[in-house]
Structure formats: structure tokens, C-alpha cells
Design a protein around this ligand. Structure first.
Ligand code: ATP
Ligand code: MG
Length: 392
């Protein structure tokens, strides 16, 4: 008996179309190509499911495949028009929010150091989540600021991941620059989706992209985005609602933030560079499952602090050290890499990459290679902002 899968395939096609749109929005060309191919495949399946409309589906499949070849250059409107003339309305952004949902499996345990930051966020989450009298107004927004790579995105993902909440990851800069005239509609759609899928965490990255000081189209778009954002933040504050929707915004240039924005995020939390103890914790997280019994973590921790490393730099150091160890332990493979590269995939899969103890030499070499992008004045600037505007 043939099972009718047309409904399932149609639903999957629509999901893939949304993912394709999201990838285009993020300028993720490889992602856009991938999902355009997935859409083509579903159109082909639909052609088999519904023989009466086979021609129309195959035609669309062909056009999606054309997009796979041209995704890097064709503008979105043209693509959407070409694929489904009339059925996708460029002005209808109602489904946009759903396309920003990401799955977060990060938990608090994946974050080294930042104990105070973690507990401040946890406190906000718990108070927002608890049943409480109407007179108690929880914070609905948190601002994270600090040098690049210090775990701001990771913290937001952990807050969402630990609560198994829906996680929205929004680079506000790309919304403003790509959808100058429409960006505030996108914010509304984002929060509509967050309400629908509560509990939700909306992570707004690059908050500093909302700048109103210049007199151009982007500033106008910023003003509208800010107005929509404030409506959403205020709206939740006033309404008695048991739905948890928390906004976590982040910036690594807090000095650029307009006063209007700052005043709406009274909870401003600094994510500093890791201290010695935090460096050691991050090093352990980043080498999880490997033998580090020969490593003097104290010594490496001190070296990392002296080099002004962020969590991201520590991740690079660990990757580099692990690579050296892997090459050492698998000499038979790495000495014959050209021969190995010619093997069919199935043959490669039969071989296993071995691991061995990491050595101080692996770390010393990695530390010599990795350089922090920060200047002492950048760190000073963040610390000064924290002193003047940060919450404790
Ligand atoms: N405290 C930390 N504990 C464990 N890993 C960390 C920590 N901080 C950073 N990392 C590592 O560095 C990577 C980058 O961190 P993340 O993206 O959260 O930084 P960020 O502060 O959001 O940077 P940016 O300001 O550039 O957006 C993480 O994916 C993680 O692997
Ligand atoms: Mg980030």
C-alpha cells in the first residue's frame, strides 16, 4: 500500500523554505544553497506524491536548483518571485520570527568562570519564571557587555538551553542594514513568535548597531527598531502574563550605545576576560575527555591571563594544542596524508584517529601562536564603562 506523504513533504518543504530565507538574511550563502537544494528535493518528492501536479512541482524543483547555482548573487526578492510568484509576499514578515529559532544544547556547566554573571542571570531567570504578585515587576531585559569572545553568546545560549526554552538568536545589525524600511516589522514578528513559543529567550546581538546619531536611512531604521523593541519590552512588563520571555542583548562596544537604549536595560552585566581560575576552568572544558594529567594548569592559566586571552582565544589555544597532539600520536596517518586523501570515504571511516596525553610542549607552542586581538586600552575602556554604568 502506498502511504500518502504529501502532507508531510509539504510541511517539510515550508520549513526548508523558512530556513532558506533565514540563511539568506544572515548572508549565509552555503546555508542558503543547502536549503535551496533541500527545497528542490522536497518539490521532487511532491511531484511523485501528487502526480496531477507533478509538472508544477518539477518546474519549481528546477528553479530551486537554479538558485543552488546562483544563491551567492541573486537577491532574495527575485529568488522568491521566481520560485513562487504571488504566494510569497515580500511585505509579509509574519513567519520571520520562527526562522530565527535556534536549538541550544549549551548548559551552565559548559561555561568556565563568570560565576557572578551566571548567578545574576540565573537570578533574573528564576524571578521572571516564578509565580508572583503583580506588584513585583521582574527584569525583562539584560544587557551583557564585554570584550569579544568572553562568552556573551554562550551565556544566553546556556540560559535558554538549561531551561529548555526557545532560543532566538538575532544579529540586529544585519536586520537593520538589510531591511531598512521593514526592520521594525521584523521585531514585531520576532516577539509574536517568542510569545507563541514561550518560554523564550530572545538574544539580540550587536545591540550597538542601533545607532541614531547619524542622519541617514539606517538611523531612521534604528529609531523604528528601537521603538518596536521598547514596546515589546514595556508591553511584557505591564501585562500580567505568566509567559516567560526574556531579552538578552549583547555588545562588545558598550560606549557606542545611545542613552535611550541604556536606560531601558537597567541590568547591565559585564563579562570580563577570564582570571587565572576561570582560564583553568575553560581549559578543562575545552579539553574535556582528553588526558591533561601532564599539564601544569596553574602555569598555563597564568600565561593565558598575561596574554589577555578571552574564552575564544583559549578555545583556539586548546584546538591548536589538540591538533599537535593528534599529529604526534597519529604519525602513521599524517606522514601519509596524500595517500589517505585518496581513500574512499568508507575506507577512511574504518580508521580511527587516536588520542594521547596532551603535553606542556603542545600548549607552549599553541600559546606562542595565538595572539589576543585586544589592546590594553580596549580592556580599560570596558572596565571604565562597567564602573560607570554596570550593575553589581
Ligand atoms: N567562559 C567561557 N567558558 C567556556 N568557553 C568559553 C567561554 N567564553 C568563551 N568561550 C569559548 O569561546 C567561544 C566564543 O564565545 P562567545 O561567542 O560566547 O563570545 P562573545 O562574548 O559572544 O563574543 P562576541 O562579542 O565576539 O560576539 C565559545 O563558543 C566558547 O567555545
Ligand atoms: Mg557573541
Amino acid at each position: 500500500m502506498k502511504i500518502d506523504l504529501s502532507g508531510v513533504h509539504y510541511g517539510q518543504l515550508k520549513e526548508s523554505e523558512k530556513k532558506y530565507d533565514a540563511a539568506r538574511l544572515k548572508n549565509d550563502i552555503e546555508g542558503a544553497k543547502k536549503y535551496a537544494q533541500v527545497c528542490a528535493n522536497f518539490e521532487k518528492l511532491l511531484a511523485e506524491d501528487v502526480p496531477g501536479q507533478a509538472k508544477a512541482h518539477l518546474d519549481k524543483a528546477k528553479r530551486w536548483e537554479e538558485i543552488v547555482r546562483t544563491a551567492g548573487t541573486a537577491p532574495r526578492k527575485k529568488i522568491v518571485d521566481r520560485v513562487d510568484k504571488g504566494s510569497e509576499n515580500e511585505d509579509d514578515f509574519s513567519g520571520f520570527g520562527d526562522t530565527l529559532i535556534e536549538t541550544s544544547t549549551v548548559t551552565w556547566k559548559d561555561i568556565g568562570g563568570l560565576a557572578e554573571v551566571k548567578s545574576l542571570i540565573m537570578e533574573t531567570v528564576v524571578i521572571a519564571g516564578l509565580s508572583k504578585p503583580e506588584s513585583i515587576k521582574p527584569d525583562k531585559g539584560i544587557l551583557l557587555f564585554g570584550p569579544p569572545g568572553t562568552g556573551k553568546t554562550l551565556l544566553a545560549a546556556a540560559a535558554a538551553g538549561s531551561l529548555k526554552a526557545t532560543f532566538y538568536n538575532v544579529k540586529i545589525g544585519s536586520i537593520i542594514s538589510k531591511y531598512v524600511g521593514e526592520s521594525s516589522k521584523l521585531i514585531t514578528s520576532l516577539y509574536d513568535s517568542a510569545r507563541k513559543h514561550a518560554p523564550s529567550f530572545v538574544f539580540i546581538d550587536e545591540l550597538d548597531a542601533i545607532t541614531m546619531s547619524r542622519d541617514d536611512d539606517q538611523s531612521e531604521a534604528s529609531r523604528k527598531v528601537l521603538a518596536s523593541l521598547l514596546t515589546e519590552l514595556d508591553g511584557f512588563q505591564d501585562k500580567k502574563s505568566d509567559k516567560l520571555i526574556l531579552t538578552i542583548a549583547a555588545t562588545n562596544t558598550p560606549k557606542k550605545l545611545d542613552d535611550a537604549i541604556l536606560s531601558r536595560f537597567p541590568k547591565r552585566i559585564y563579562t570580563p576576560l577570564p582570571d587565572k581560575k576561570a582560564c583553568q576552568e575553560i581549559l578543562k572544558i575545552q579539553t574535556k575527555g582528553l588526558d591533561i594529567s601532564n599539564i601544569d594548569l596553574e602555569k598555563i592559566g597564568t600565561m593565558c591571563v598575561n596574554k589577555n586571552y578571552s574564552g575564544r582565544d583559549l578555545q583556539s589555544v586548546c584546538r591548536d594544542a589538540i591538533k599537535s597532539m593528534t599529529q604526534r600520536v597519529n604519525k602513521d596517518i599524517f606522514d601519509n596524508i596524500e595517500k589517505m586523501a585518496e581513500l574512499p570515504f568508507e575506507e577512511l571511516q574504518k580508521k580511527t584517529l587516536r588520542t594521547g596525553p596532551l603535553t606542556m610542549e603542545d600548549f607552549n607552542k599553541a600559546i606562542a601562536r595565538v595572539k589576543s586581538p585586544l589592546e590594553p586600552k580596549d580592556i580599560k575602556e570596558q572596565e571604565t564603562f562597567n564602573k560607570d554604568f554596570g550593575s553589581s
